[in-house]
Design a protein around this ligand. Structure first.
Ligand code: B4P
Length: 190
């Protein structure tokens, strides 16, 4: 299986590039952000609990997110592989993902880490906020989310570097150019 983690700070383009990778490699899409927003829209207990973390720019607690991934993997266990978009965001989540995949004899193939500077991220998120309706797409929350990323999420890169799976990709420029850089790393799936 081809299991790719798309990694990077908020606004790095994980969602944007996921769509293109899914179309090319026919992978399933696992986005914890999308899953959480769907729970919020349905006003489930989980969604209501997650909303206060997301609106403040904080991470949703690990046990909630890991439980969601466990359910999702149980539904999407066949097929050529998956894109993990915005997950894992902590080392505890990365360890849990390795464990969950190993239950079915699978593993992460590689991590693509999109590199984008903070000023550009904030510009993109504020612009997305003009149409997204997302309450976390404000300048203030974007700055908080980048701080949370630096403190809590960036160590996940080292977790995969130790497994020789980490690949940094320049995330600035035209969307198609960035996609071509990613495809050079992914290569042709076997
Ligand atoms: P996510 O939904 O994962 O969202 P994201 O990080 O904001 O954005 P992404 O990188 O996908 O950017 P996009 O392609 O849209 O997370 C939301 C929240 O959910 C988190 O803050 C957290 O609270 C919670 N959460 C999610 N997962 C969690 C987890 N595992 N653990 C705990 N909490 C979790 O791109 C952004 C914008 O830039 C778009 O408007 C796009 O059009 C534009 N853009 C993209 N590429 C561009 C380019 N090359 N040039 C110019 N603009 C570009």
């Amino acid at each position: 299986m081809l299991n790719i983690i798309l990694f990077g700070p908020p606004g790095a383009g994980k969602g944007t590039q996921s769509e293109k990778l899914i179309a090319k490699y026919h992978l399933c899409h696992i986005s914890t952000g999308d899953l959480l927003r769907s729970e919020m829209a349905k006003k489930t207990e989980l969604g209501l609990a997650a909303k206060k973390y997301m609106d403040s720019g904080s991470l949703v607690p690990d046990d909630v997110v890991i439980g969601m991934i466990r359910n999702k993997l149980a539904q999407d266990s066949s097929g050529p592989g998956c894109i993990f978009d915005g997950f894992p965001r902590t080392v505890a989540q990365a360890e849990a993902l390795d464990e969950l995949l190993s239950e079915t004899g699978n593993t992460i193939t590689l991590m693509i880490a999109l590199q984008v500077e903070a000023d550009e991220l904030i510009k993109r998120l504020v612009k997305r906020g003009e149409t997204s309706g997302r309450s976390d797409d404000t300048e203030e929350t974007a700055r908080k989310r980048i701080e949370v990323y630096d403190r809590e999420t960036s160590p996940v890169a080292n977790y995969y570097a130790k497994q020789d799976k980490y690949h940094a990709v320049d995330g600035v420029g035209e969307v198609n150019d960035i996609f071509n850089r990613i495809c050079q790393v992914v290569g042709v799936p076997v």
